[in-house]
Structure formats: structure tokens, C-alpha cells
Design a protein around this ligand. Structure first.
Ligand code: MD6
Ligand code: FE
Length: 218
């Protein structure tokens, strides 16, 4: 897989970088120059591995619908959370990671101080108004040495960025279409979540928020 570094040149914009913790950042509008390409690639991925509702081991149905692409995809069912090479819905490998996802994630991570980020897993979350994500830690990845890069598209969200215990107070961060969050290092295992999405209409995505998170999982 070759990263198109030339295509990253116009991503070396002076991004509006907000530091939210020692190694946590919001890059405002960083994905906007690639929004069209991202959405086209997303359509292609979701045509092969559609969004679906998933069950948690505790027996709840998640309110966001999920899919994945890349070598490894994340799933949850009554048996537990895991990464797998195969989409259980199609019994085929997950769709390949689009080049534009890789290039954008690589550039965003570098901007936040994480060099050489090459994700092998990409989780896609789709939220209709009212859908949310409860506070959780991302810890199914084999190593926590790489950051997580998270792209927000469509309707805005209030993101909860917490501490290292569920009960710790959480910052509330508004995330808008085109914003990218990057966090890793000492902040990699912070609890985080998404408050219920407020009703609204987005010009490109209609009544939904899409979140794309890129990870080094294997
Ligand atoms: C979301 N994001 O924004 C859910 N996890 O819809 C996450 O759970 C997440 O944005 C790890 C790192 C960044 C994230
Ligand atoms: Fe997460």
C-alpha cells in the first residue's frame, strides 16, 4: 500500500489545532479539503459492508450503526468485542481501506505529533438523531502505542472526553463536519463517548452524523 504523499501536500495547511489534553488534539476543518473524496470512498465501502446494528456482550443494541474497512474490522455481539479479518455479515474480508482515509489519517496524525501512523483498521459509526455512544475506552487494539484518528462528518456532536476512570469528569467538545480528533500516547486510554445527536439536516449527509476512526489494531 503506497501512501500518496504528494496528495498530502495541500493538507499541510496551517490547521486550527486545539489541544484538549497532553497528547489529544482537535484539528478543526482538517478533513474539509477531502470531504467529497471521503464520502465517495465511504459509499464504496458501505456498498460492500453495509452499516448494521450490533449487540453488546451485555445484551444492549447499540444505537449507532457500524461497519468497518481495512485489514481488521471491529465487531461486537453477545460473545464479546473483537477485531476480525472477515465481515460476519458477508463472510468475506472487510473492504479495503480507501487511499484517501490512509492519506488523511497519516497527515492528521503527523500534524498532532504522531509520525508514521499507518492504520490497519477503520471503524465507521453512523448516528441518526437521538443515537449516542456511552463512555468507553478503546482497548481491543493489540498495542496502544499508536494514536487513534477520528474524522467527524455530517451533523455536529458533543463529544465527551473523560479521564482514566468512567467516573472521572469529562470535557464536552463540539465536533463539526470536517473536524479530526487525534489522541494517543499518555491519553490513549481515556474514556470517551458521544451525547445523543440533536435533530438536524446536514447539506451533504442529511439527518445523520458519520464518524470514521482509524486505528492500528493488529
Ligand atoms: C464517535 N468515537 O465519535 C465515536 N474512539 O462517534 C470514538 O469512540 C472514538 O472518536 C476513540 C478515538 C476517537 C473516537
Ligand atoms: Fe472509542
Amino acid at each position: 500500500m503506497s501512501l500518496d504523499l504528494f496528495a498530502e501536500q495541500d493538507l499541510q495547511q496551517p490547521a486550527r489545532v486545539e489541544r484538549i489534553s497532553e497528547q489529544g488534539f482537535v484539528l478543526r476543518g482538517f478533513a474539509l479539503p477531502r470531504a467529497r473524496a471521503l464520502l465517495d470512498a465511504l459509499d464504496c465501502v458501505l456498498g460492500q459492508s453495509p452499516l448494521r446494528r450490533m449487540q453488546t456482550p451485555g445484551g444492549f443494541t447499540m444505537s449507532a450503526r457500524l461497519s468497518s474497512c481495512g485489514d481488521l474490522g471491529w465487531t461486537t455481539d453477545r460473545e464479546g468485542y473483537r477485531y476480525s479479518h472477515v465481515d460476519p455479515l458477508s463472510a468475506r474480508p472487510w473492504p479495503p481501506m480507501p487511499e484517501v482515509f490512509l492519506a488523511l489519517a497519516h497527515a492528521a496524525a503527523a500534524t498532532a505529533g504522531f509520525a508514521d501512523f499507518i492504520p490497519d483498521a477503520c471503524l465507521i459509526n453512523a448516528y441518526a438523531p437521538g443515537a449516542k455512544m456511552s463512555l468507553h475506552q478503546d482497548k481491543n487494539e493489540r498495542s496502544y502505542s499508536a494514536p487513534i484518528v477520528s474524522i467527524s462528518l455530517g451533523l455536529p456532536a458533543i463529544f465527551q472526553f473523560g479521564g482514566f476512570e468512567r467516573s472521572a469528569p469529562a470535557q464536552r467538545i463540539s465536533l463539526f463536519h470536517g473536524d479530526i480528533m487525534v489522541w494517543g500516547g499518555v491519553d490513549r486510554l481515556r474514556f470517551h463517548g458521544v451525547m445523543p445527536i440533536k435533530p438536524g439536516q446536514h447539506d451533504l449527509l442529511g439527518e445523520q452524523r458519520i464518524n470514521i476512526t482509524l486505528r492500528q489494531a493488529g
